[in-house]
Ligand binder design. Structure first.
Ligand code: CTP
Length: 420
């Protein structure tokens, strides 16, 4: 993060003490921090503490700015690379959503032309209240990245989502926003507040090793085999290389990866949980068992049809068998419409004609967020390189031909950005 400037707005809540830790982590990672302490925030932490930790002036009211000859509030918000609101209280987010500018913090938020990241912290009922849900949705729609709060025991004694994410996780989100690859940060002892007790879900769930730390991602890869009899199968032509490379790249960024693989001859990438399956129905069940997940990347070439396999080996002398086909469920489309739909759902489309058009239609039909399309009329199946088109709601990006590992790393980077 060397050279990056963060404008940190500290809202008023018991979790404000964690903002101090965040300042320390940003400094340790090489970033510069300018803090703005709201009136509410000043009841929980002092400007002196933030100034000492950031080694920078702390702004506490609009009056401060009137003293500044060179730096009006617009400049203050524009000099930053990223604006971070931590903790983002229900009140602060309501004002942000409504465009209210009645103090320094909200004025800066309205005046900024930079990306804004909000780390909410509040009582579980406030977080779940329809008004807050509406405000969060509005903010996300406006392009603000609103992190999901952690779940756990709260200062008020209630239990549920609403706790501020740990500072290490917020730092990782900041790095993702800045598109800076996270360097491992040694776990630092956190100041504990008597009011906010530790919960197992947060103390063990998040690590700081990568931008996808704390995320669970399902990847399917390889073909499926649909048996005809004990020795014969209907198979798809897929080596599994691209799916395995994606699983590896996601694990490298710190994600917990469940790789559901059809029959392939590949070694399991380091740090990946692998579930081996044979048929489409087994793959579907393994994916369902692995839920919930933050994202699912379905790379597998799933057989669209199956037959009722014969218990005994079919004999050549009996002539070509007449097979009675049944349709397999579409795992991708099923996930897209399920209650447990991952936040990011990515499908692959191996096409031989009108690649982009066919893939666009497939994205609409299946209800996924992205489709990674490739032309498989050449030597892609089993080969080591791939030339893909990434189809999202924003349009089509055509990537230069690259090794399957490079494609995987680039895609993993995009996934980390999308989940930030
Ligand atoms: N897929 C799936 N379940 C199926 C078939 C496909 O989850 N039963 C997923 C694949 O993993 C891939 C995407 O859907 O991510 C597209 O697969 P593809 O075989 O290209 O799509 P189909 O629906 O089978 O369309 P087509 O008739 O063009 O083959």
């Amino acid at each position: 993060m060397r050279g990056k400037r963060i404008l940190l707005i500290v809202g008023g809540g018991i979790a404000a003490y964690k903002a101090c830790e965040l300042v320390r982590l940003i400094r340790k990672a090489g970033g510069a921090v300018t803090c703005v302490l709201t009136e509410g925030g000043s009841h929980f932490v002092t400007a002196m503490t933030l100034a000492a930790l950031s080694e920078n002036k702390v702004y506490t009211s609009l009056f401060d700015l009137k003293d500044e000859v060179e730096m009006g509030h617009i400049q203050l918000s524009r000099a930053a690379d990223l604006v971070v609101v931590c903790p983002a209280t229900a009140d602060l987010m309501a004002k942000m959503a409504a465009g209210i500018a009645d103090d320094l913090a909200t004025t800066l938020l309205l005046a900024t032309d930079k990306k804004v990241l909000a780390a909410p912290a509040m009582n579980v009922r406030m977080w779940q209240h329809e008004a807050t849900r509406r405000n969060v949705a509005r903010l996300r729609g406006d392009g603000v990245t609103v992190l999901e709060p952690d779940e756990g025991e709260m200062a008020c004694g209630e239990y549920g989502p609403g706790r501020l994410q740990e500072p290490e996780a917020i730092l990782a989100a900041i790095q993702t926003q800045l598109s800076v690859r996270a360097e491992p940060v040694a776990a630092l002892p956190l100041a504990t507040s008597p009011e906010e007790k530790d919960s197992p879900s947060t103390s063990s769930g998040r690590t700081v090793e990568g931008r996808l730390a704390g995320r669970h991602i399902i990847v399917t890869a390889g073909p499926t085999h649909e048996p005809i009899d004990p020795v014969r199968v209907i198979a798809n032509r897929s080596s599994g290389k691209q799916g395995f490379a994606i699983a590896e790249a996601l694990a490298d960024l710190g994600a917990r990866v469940t790789l559901v693989s059809g029959p392939v001859g590949l070694a399991t990438p380091a740090g990946v949980d692998r579930v081996d399956v044979e048929t489409a129905r087994q793959m579907e069940a393994a994916v369902a068992a692995a839920l919930p997940a933050d994202a699912a990347i379905l790379v597998a070439a799933v057989a669209d049809w199956r037959v009722e396999p014969s218990a005994a080996k079919l004999k050549k002398a009996d002539g070509p068998p007449s097979l009675s086909w049944e349709q397999n469920s579409d795992i991708l489309a099923g996930l897209a419409s399920s209650d447990q739909r991952p936040r990011l759902l990515v499908g692959f489309a191996a096409e031989t004609e009108t690649v982009v058009e066919a893939a666009r239609a497939k994205r609409d039909r299946k209800g996924c967020d992205w489709i990674v399309a490739n032309d498989v009329s050449g030597d892609v199946m089993g080969g080591d390189s791939n030339e893909i088109h990434l189809i999202t709601a924003d349009g089509v990006e055509s990537w230069d031909k690259a090794s399957k590992h490079d494609v995987a790393r680039r895609l993993a980077d995009r996934i980390a950005n999308a989940l930030a």
